[in-house]
Design a protein around this ligand. Sequence first.
Ligand SMILES: NC(=O)c1ccc[n+]([C@@H]2O[C@H](COP(=O)([O-])OP(=O)(O)OC[C@H]3O[C@@H](n4cnc5c(N)ncnc54)[C@H](OP(=O)(O)O)[C@@H]3O)[C@@H](O)[C@H]2O)c1
Length: 259
Amino acid sequence: MGAESGIWESLLAVRHRGGAAPAQRSEEPPEVAALLELYLPYAQVPRGRPLAVAHLGQSLDGRIATAAGASRWVTGEADLLHTHRMRALADAILVGSGTLRHDDPQLTVRRCGGRHPLRVVIDSERRLTPFYRVFQDGAAPTLVLACADRVPAGERLGQAEVLGLPRGPAGIAPRHIRAALAERGLHFLFIEGGGITISRFLAAGALERLQITVAPVILGSGKPSLTLPEIVEPGEGLRPRLRRFALGDDTLYECVFHD
Ligand SMILES: NC(=O)c1ccc[n+]([C@@H]2O[C@H](COP(=O)([O-])OP(=O)(O)OC[C@H]3O[C@@H](n4cnc5c(N)ncnc54)[C@H](OP(=O)(O)O)[C@@H]3O)[C@@H](O)[C@H]2O)c1
């Protein structure tokens, strides 16, 4: 087992089995030190502490996909591995209906060790068909969130359970999503996209952290990363505390909104 995979297994043990944190030594190889710096804070999140972390991979000009919706792949291999590691640490992975329609993702942990978390899809108007992989493959439990007035009692979508939540002025309020998942013991959420879903969480103040991986590419058109209510002066923009990591040729900016 290489040093990196050994450390990764220790991080999983800390997160899921209450193992001791790997000892940090000054002569650590740089890749091991970077792994610990990025993931140890997540591995050590106390059970039951609410934590919503979102991630987007975007171009230099802030696009997460082409206008046709193709997003494979804006960022590189190292960022893909990063998303699988975050999945393995989280209790649940969440995506919007647009991401399911365009990507039909599996939302499982395949590029690193670790168990699959619960998969959550927001389909507020219940328009998705049951033919997407997450509803059919049985690889991990899957939950669909929809407005309660769209959910007949006991409805399933393929193998997925469908849960109705209150309809708010802008769809389902992120705080209701977090509360419903917390009731099921799911506190550490990894929100994988797309831009609309993550923007709604951010606008509602419902994200503790936002990870934006920037790839050195300009798409010049396409689906935007974040879209928030308009501001007038640049000074009104959000200026969160940042952690910064190199992921291959890409750069991960982790915005810390709340500890
Ligand atoms: N580069 C990346 O990191 C990345 C990651 C993921 C996806 N993508 C790409 O991004 C595109 C999809 O992103 P997107 O921004 O267009 O869509 P999205 O965020 O995946 O889905 C948005 C839709 O989800 C539902 N939704 C999300 N939050 C909701 C809420 N709080 N209340 C009610 N409904 C909610 C709404 O649809 P309903 O009205 O149908 O419920 C909404 O229109 C695809 O092209 C995909 O390939 C890129």
